[in-house]
Write a new protein. Structure first.
Length: 77
């Protein structure tokens, strides 16, 4: 892990920056906190799916997240 830590940090930082910019442009009151919340939620979904891949409602979870963050017009583009 130490060999790849810097590269991993750069990738994660870039993705966080993109999300923060998205939330900032969409008018979120606290883009940094919204980014933390979304990534934590996605981490939880991923962990639960790995632990129970057959019984976990991954498609429903995906739709739930999309419904929370993307307007219908954006999703259809």
């Amino acid at each position: 892990m130490p060999l790849y830590q810097q590269e991993l940090d750069e990738i994660v930082s870039l993705k966080f920056d993109v999300l923060i910019e998205y939330f900032d442009k969409s008018g979120a009151a606290d883009p940094d906190m919204e980014t933390e919340f979304l990534t934590s939620m996605l981490d939880g979904i991923a962990m639960n799916f790995v632990l129970e891949p057959e019984g976990y409602p991954i498609d429903a979870m995906q739709q739930k997240v999309l419904n929370m963050y993307i307007t219908k017009a954006e999703f259809e583009e």
